[in-house]
Every structure is written in structure tokens, then in C-alpha cells.
Design a protein around this ligand. Structure first.
Ligand code: 2IT
Length: 447
């Protein structure tokens, strides 16, 4: 058995009951196999054994009092995965499904993604099994304050810089920052990203993940001599990421046909393409009802309860909701419909089996860790602005984001071609992301 596959087998055995983490390791290590095994220095230095083991796992109690004066307790997490190329960097997710397996898969993916941006950020992820939906503003605030009362001792501008993810947006980051500042007694705004513009947040950060995904898609289209204009897009989700994507797709002349929520999906044949419709997505998110049916009612379009949008015909399929939203049967429906492109935007939206199938049958497949890296890239730009105590304009940040997305695409395409894998952006992203982290680890010795 090859070195890479031996490490994978051991890592799966040593981390039982962590299916999402197993899935992420399997996807990444399988594509790295030929590259890693061709270079004995990696085995000699135990690079993979170290890479699959987080540097630090922190798990803590988050007690808080709800509006009925009942004490509630959640599990809080921060997994500091890899700091070879920079401070740990990655979001916090508030969702009832959050558990160690999910935070570890996200932290592992984040390590490769952050490396791929070309910016000096390591990999980390955290969150809590807290459900923000249906909570009052006061409950959100006290929860964030309690979480930060433990988290503050583990983070810092040069240590670990959390941001948002599912269930954590500008409002939550603001409460977290307020509490951090109060406990530390100093103004260290580089400790979190996704902050409000009035206190050190970066312009374009809310849009960055969606915009970046569309910029990346445009780069992939160039390879095939295609363009966004005139294409139809099948999106899932209706949150921050889908919102940014819808905004940019519409601006570039594409048409978004679907959005989805935990309750089902909406089909808007005319397109989610007016300022009113796109703004309504942010209203739905802010309402904390977590349903997309409201869109169907407001704009008089069909709603399909309990279903995902993958059976709808379109040119480009873009999952923007959460992990494992495209399984084998969904992939078969996507291929049967004649979709030309598949762009992962949410983290690990596709089962490994479905991703393999799509790679074989769809013209272009873009992996999440490349296509959604615009979010964390602009977070890194926010860190730069904070450390320089200045603020770039919208145009300056947007221009830098475009350059980062183009570089990610080109680095992935080059790595794949260099190792005889053709235009395989999935393998290319893993190899390019791995190379930089592994090189830093080799240079820094056994740590
Ligand atoms: O998955 C992700 O890359 C994020 N949730 C954003 C992380 C960040 O630090 O901006």
C-alpha cells in the first residue's frame, strides 16, 4: 500500500465516528496520492501524518440564559488545524449539526483553501451546536458573549483569527468583538474578520464568497471559451453566499433560476435578477425563519416543498448551502439534465462518489476549496488593512479579489497539468494547496 493510503487508513482508524472528517481526508489524500508518493521527502518527514492531526482541539461549555430565564448549555469548538504558513484562520459555524467531525472536516479543508489563496493564513475552524433560528436578538448577544468568554484566551491577531460561517454573520461577529475587546481591555480589531465597516471591517467582505465563486467560474469558462452572459444557474441556499453569487451572476448577464432552504426550493423562471428580489434574500436571512417559501409567496413563483433544486434544467449548477447536499442520485439528475458546469460553493457539498461521477460526465467541475476561497481571501485582506490601520476602497478590494481568484484558478490548472492530470481543477487545487503547506513544514522541522 502506498504511503498516502497507509496514512489515510490509519487516520480513519484513529478518528472513529467522524464521517465528515473521513470524507474530506479521503477526497484530498486520494487526489494527492501520486504527487506525494513520488516525493519520498514527505514520508521521511511524516508530513501527511502531521497534516491530518490538528495542532490543537479546543472544546468547551457555553452556558447562557434564554428569554424564559432558563439556563441553556451548548458545545463550543475551535480546531486549530495548521499554522505552518500563518495564524489559524477560518470561520465559526452556529448550527445544531455542529460536532467535532464537522469542525475537523472544515478545518482540514480550510488549511488547503487558505494556502491556495496565496495569502499568509493557516487553517482553523470553530463554532457551536447552537441554533440561531428563532432566537431573539438578546439571546444571540448573550450566547456570543458567553462563547467569547472562553474563546478569547485561544485567539489573537497573530494566533488565530475567526470569522463567520453558517449562522454567523456581521451581527454575531460584532457581539463577539465587543466581548473580546471588553475582556482584553484593548482595541485589537485584527482578532476577527467580517467586522462592521465602522470598526475595521473590509468593504466587499459580505459579498466576497459569492463574488469570488463567480470570478472563479468566469476563469474556468475562459478555459472552455465560454462566458457567464446568457447562462442559467441552479443555486441552492439563500444565505450570504448565494446572495453574493446571485448579485454577481445577474450583473454579468447570467440568470439564477432557483434558491433553496431547509423547507424546499423556489423556481423563478424570470430569474432572481432584480434589486428587490436579491435584497429580499437578505431579509429572509435576517428574519431567522430559515425558510425560502417566503420568496415564492412574495414574488408569486412556484415552491417545491421538501425538495432540492437539482432536477431543474440549467447550464451551471452551484450548491451554495451546506455539506453533502449533492449525493449520487442528485449527480445523476444533474448529468441527465445536461448541465455543463458544476461549481461547488458551499464547503464539501458533494459526496466523494457523486464528485467522481460529475468529474467524468460534466464539462467543467470546480472544487469548493478553490471556488469559495474569495471569502477567506478578503478576510486576509481585512487583516492586512487592520494591521496597516487603513481602509481600501470597494474598487481596490474587488480588484484584489479578482486577482486572487484568477491566481487560484491558474495555480490549480498548472499543478494539474504539471502532474499529467489534464484540466482537473479538483486535484490541481489539492496539489497546489498542499505544496506550499508541506514546503513550510519541511523547512520548519519536526513541530
Ligand atoms: O469557509 C470559509 O472559508 C469561511 N467560512 C470564511 C473563513 C474566513 O476566515 O473568512
Amino acid at each position: 500500500m502506498s504511503y498516502t493510503m497507509k496514512v489515510l487508513e490509519q487516520a480513519i482508524k484513529r478518528n472513529p465516528n467522524e464521517p465528515e472528517f473521513h470524507q474530506a481526508m479521503t477526497e484530498i489524500l486520494t487526489t494527492l496520492q501520486s504527487f506525494v508518493d513520488a516525493n519520498p521527502a514527505y514520508e521521511k518527514a511524516g508530513i501527511l501524518e502531521r497534516l491530518v492531526e490538528p495542532e490543537r482541539v479546543i472544546q468547551f461549555r457555553v452556558p447562557w440564559m434564554d428569554d424564559n430565564e432558563k439556563v441553556q448549555v451548548n458545545k463550543g469548538y475551535r480546531v486549530q488545524f495548521n499554522s505552518a504558513i500563518g495564524p489559524y484562520k477560518g470561520g465559526l459555524r452556529f448550527h445544531p449539526s455542529v460536532c467535532l467531525s464537522i469542525i475537523k472536516f472544515l478545518g482540514f479543508e480550510q488549511t488547503f483553501k487558505n494556502s491556495l489563496t496565496g495569502l499568509p493564513i493557516g487553517g482553523g475552524k470553530g463554532g457551536a451546536d447552537f441554533d440561531p433560528n428563532g432566537k431573539s436578538d438578546r439571546e444571540i448577544m448573550v450566547f456570543c458573549q458567553s462563547l467569547m468568554t472562553e474563546l478569547f484566551r485561544h485567539i489573537g491577531a497573530d494566533t488565530d483569527v475567526p470569522a463567520g460561517d453558517i449562522g454567523v454573520g456581521g451581527r454575531e461577529i460584532s457581539y463577539l468583538f465587543g466581548q473580546y475587546k471588553r475582556i482584553r481591555g484593548c482595541y485589537e480589531n485584527g482578532v476577527l474578520t467580517g467586522k462592521g465597516i465602522s470598526y475595521g471591517g473590509s468593504l466587499i467582505r459580505p459579498e466576497a464568497t459569492g463574488f469570488g465563486a463567480v470570478y472563479y467560474t468566469a476563469e474556468m469558462f475562459k478555459h472552455f471559451g465560454d462566458e457567464i452572459k446568457g447562462k442559467t444557474f441552479i443555486l441552492s441556499g439563500f444565505g450570504n453566499v448565494a446572495w453574493g453569487a446571485a448579485l454577481k451572476i445577474t450583473e454579468l448577464g447570467g440568470k439564477v433560476l432557483t434558491l433553496s432552504g431547509p423547507d424546499g426550493y423556489i423556481l423563478d423562471e424570470k430569474g432572481v435578477n432584480t434589486t428587490e428580489k436579491i435584497s429580499y434574500m437578505t431579509e429572509m436571512l435576517a428574519s431567522r425563519r430559515n425558510i425560502v417559501e417566503d420568496y415564492a409567496k412574495k414574488f408569486g413563483v412556484p415552491f417545491f416543498a421538501g425538495q432540492k433544486p437539482w432536477k431543474v434544467k440549467g447550464d451551471v449548477v452551484m450548491p451554495c448551502a451546506t455539506q453533502n447536499e449533492v449525493l449520487m442520485a442528485d449527480a445523476e439528475a444533474i448529468v441527465a439534465n445536461g448541465a455543463k458546469y458544476y461549481v461547488e460553493v458551499s464547503n464539501m457539498p458533494t459526496s466523494n462518489e457523486a464528485l467522481e461521477f460529475l468529474k467524468k460526465h460534466v464539462k467543467g467541475v470546480a472544487p469548493a476549496k478553490a471556488a469559495n476561497a474569495g471569502g477567506v481571501a478578503v478576510s486576509a485582506l481585512e487583516m492586512s488593512q487592520n494591521s496597516m490601520r487603513l481602509a481600501w476602497t470597494t474598487g481596490e478590494v474587488d480588484e484584489k479579489l479578482k486577482v486572487v481568484m484568477k491566481n487560484i484558478h491558474d495555480a490549480s490548472a498548472t499543478a494539474a497539468a504539471e502532474y499529467g492530470l489534464g484540466y482537473d481543477l479538483v486535484a490541481g487545487a489539492n496539489i497546489a494547496g498542499f505544496k506550499k503547506v508541506a514546503e513550510a513544514m519541511l523547512q520548519q522541522g519536526v513541530v
